[in-house]
Design a binder for this molecule. Sequence first.
Ligand code: KG4
Ligand code: ZN
Length: 333
Amino acid sequence: MNINILAIESSCDDTSASIIQNGRILSNCVANQAAHQLYGGVVPEVASRAHQANIIPVVDMSIKKAGIKKEDLTAIAFTRGPGLMGSLIVGVSFAKGLALSLNIPMIEVNHMMAHVLAHFAEDPKPTFPFLCLTVSGGHTQIVLVKSHLEMEVLGNTIDDAAGEAFDKSGKLLGLGYPAGPLVDKYAKLGKPVFPFTEPKVDGLNFSFSGLKTSILYFLRRELKTNPDFIKNNLNDICASIQTRIISILINKLKKATIQTGIKQVAIAGGVSANSGLRATLTETGKELGWTTYIPRFEYCTDNAAMIAVTGYYKYLAGEFVGQDVVPMARMKI
Ligand code: KG4
Ligand code: ZN
């Protein structure tokens, strides 16, 4: 009999549903929420309401695309956290309702664990143990991955996440939300001629708030004498910001490989879509003899396929939850 798992992701501003059959992804549907662009960031109440509007069509579409019927489902996996409470609650409640009506078990998934396991959505799959740099809008972590369901966080950000560093710097430049992909686009056309210093942070932890402040002061100074400074230098400013963020990330990864002796290195999360980070990881890997793993774009930013993969491994391990499960905004790996 086929194992068909429906997975639901609603932790932030993307509503996504996916079907995995016997460990193979059959569908991965995502509804993005454009409304937040108006506000320059995710507005939790708006996100929650949009999830409510999107969840049924997105789940329907994922089931149709997979070529199955809802009665064929074996289990439902859902993101329990971390994320925005009002967003999580929509996915969790929907999963509970559907699981109850179909009389099938539920599987809770940690969103950050799922970003790592996105690497198991297709080949080549990393072998254990490996290191994963998970860089998203809310997190920046170096994770030691011992097995599918056994992970240890070796380093964390002590303030902003890497994605926030991209988004907040981009906002200072007048770019729309999320600014990360735009900084990436303009950086490709520029050179990293403006020096922003690398913060000194202990161990494998990260800090990005100092970078944001130094960009702010730098722009204020330059704009005083040249009001068109940003307009005339946008590509070079973006290249400078991006290069610094990447060097902060890669230097800590280098440190982690030395500390652990592990040379299998993966990246995951929304910022792993960054072309500069992808290229630098590949180059560094070649130079230092690492085997590197970079997810396909659709598996970098938030998606339910990664929830489905994690749900599948948890299904095999017999890890289910009951109807009393509640969302956890600050869920840890
Ligand atoms: O993983 P994700 O989709 O959502 C969270 O779990 O937070 O990550 C979103 C983050 C945003 O900060 C966005 O600006 C960033 O990923 N991002 C990028 C790129 N694409 C998405 N940052 C830099 N370059 C990109 N190409
Ligand atoms: Zn995410």
